[in-house]
Write a protein that binds this ligand. Structure first.
Ligand SMILES: *[C@@H]1O[C@H](CO)[C@@H](O)[C@H](O)[C@H]1NC(C)=O
Length: 422
């Protein structure tokens, strides 16, 4: 017993030490011109980016993490440029330890209730994959799990196909959803799993599967996702090491690796930048999975949404130059339809969604899945930045249920939009 307690204490200590590197790191909210943040994106860890006061066009507000070593330098930088800031948290390590305790408790409670997945906590990659396999076994008429490929470190990337017609009816539009391209955005896989739940288990609207085929990829970047669980909560990129300077700076940003305007932004060319685009377009096997799914479903693919966290935004093309695709009006209409459905269910403390061109709402980006999927012919494509409340993507697990429920309402509204316009 004493020995067991010893192990237990060691385990708890080891788990909690993991967040040591963020001891004393503070979170600040900073406002400033969009161009400023576009150029800081590669050097400063921008945990979230949202339009500042909704009336000041061209201004953004970001959440940044400042370590004790660099804090004074950055605050001086902001002062010199008249960029207002305020501190919103004193110690990131403590926030991460709290998050971890809550997740452990919620998982324990769920297990005692005999559920494999619940909507009040987060799950690791194995748990998610097992859940998908169980669903396929239980609902073979509707659900197929595809082993789509391996990650750089050899993990299996799985996705789910949901179809009442075995994907054989060429008249049905296809909706494609992906999640966890960015590792630390933990609230995105639960949203993907909840979509599956509503389409397969707790079915609320048969039309959505009678009329549409679905592809849902709950974890695009399992290596990064596991690394963010086990080593560094704030990890964003993949874990590949096949590019220059990879030993010092492993991984690339999956949402800069697509072949649209790739290589046209010098900030994204630096392997140590958090937004590194990779050595070539589609260099990452994880991103090739998304590419191949989308290409296989052309021309049936009607709606593509990449789930991200956070900011309460539906962003559409072109993010690389700020102009609109030929179907700009429809992109806006479908986006507003989804955003309105979410806003109706949102918490009072949540900001209402903004729908718009990615470059105009935020700033120019290159190599994104939203722009690439639009360029190859998917009509409606979005980056969806989910709500994050106070701490950005460190969404406390007690908010998961709210976010999955309201986002489902939005995506269901998007699906009905597709049905009525096809
Ligand atoms: C903006 O980018 C898109 C996608 O690459 C391209 O089709 C369009 O022609 C560009 N527009 C301008 C004005 O450069």
């Amino acid at each position: 017993m004493v020995r067991f307690l010893g192990y237990l204490l060691f385990f708890i200590a080891a788990v909690h030490c993991r967040h040591e590197k963020y001891e004393g790191h503070q979170l600040y909210r900073v406002a400033g011109p969009a161009e400023e943040f576009a150029s800081l994106e590669a050097t400063l860890d921008l945990l979230s980016i949202t339009p500042a006061e909704r009336s000041t066009f061209g201004k953004l507000e970001v959440l940044v993490r400042l370590s004790p070593e660099v804090k004074e330098r950055w605050l001086q930088y902001f002062d010199e440029r008249n960029m207002p800031y305020s501190k919103i948290a004193d110690n990131l390590a403590e926030i991460l330890r709290d998050e971890e305790t809550k997740i452990q408790n919620a998982k324990l409670a769920a297990r005692q209730n005999g559920r494999s997945i619940s909507w009040d906590t987060y799950y690791n990659h194995d748990e998610i994959n097992n859940h998908l396999d169980e669903l396929a076994a239980e609902y073979p008429e509707l659900v197929t799990v595809i082993n789509a490929g391996l990650t750089y470190e050899g993990r299996q990337i799985k996705y789910v196909r949901i179809s009442t017609t075995r994907f054989e009816d060429p008249r049905k539009p296809v909706i494609i959803i992906d999640a966890a391209v960015h590792a630390r955005e933990w609230v995105t896989p639960p949203v993907a799993l909840y979509l599956i739940n509503q389409l397969v288990i707790d079915v609320v609207d048969n039309q959505l599967t009678d009329g549409i085929d679905w592809i849902i990829i709950p974890v695009v970047n399992p290596d990064g996702y596991e690394y963010s669980i086990n080593v560094d909560r704030l990890w964003r990129k993949t874990r590949s090491r096949a590019h220059p300077n990879a030993e010092a700076c492993p991984g690339i940003d999956g949402n800069r690796n697509f072949d649209l305007a790739w290589g046209t932004n010098s900030g994204a060319a630096n392997p140590c930048a958090i937004t590194y685009e990779g050595p070539t377009p589609f260099s990452e096997s994880e991103i090739r999975v998304v590419r191949d799914v989308v290409l296989q479903q052309l021309p049936r693919a009607a709606l593509y949404i990449s789930l991200h966290s956070y900011g309460n935004l539906f962003l559409y093309s072109w993010g690389n130059n700020g102009t609109l695709p030929s179907n700009g009006l429809n992109l806006h209409l479908a986006g507003v339809t989804m955003a309105t459905a979410i806003d109706e269910l949102a918490l009072d403390e949540s900001q209402r969604y903004i729908v718009g061109n990615a470059a105009n709402v935020l700033y120019f980006t290159t190599g994104t899945s939203r722009d690439w999927t639009r360029s190859v012919g998917v009509p409606l494509t979005y980056t969806l930045e989910l709500p994050g409340y106070t701490y950005g993507f460190v969404v406390p697990p007690e908010y998961v249920e709210q976010i999955v429920t309201e986002t489902w309402a939005g995506i269901a509204a998007g699906a009905r939009f597709v049905l009525t316009s096809s």
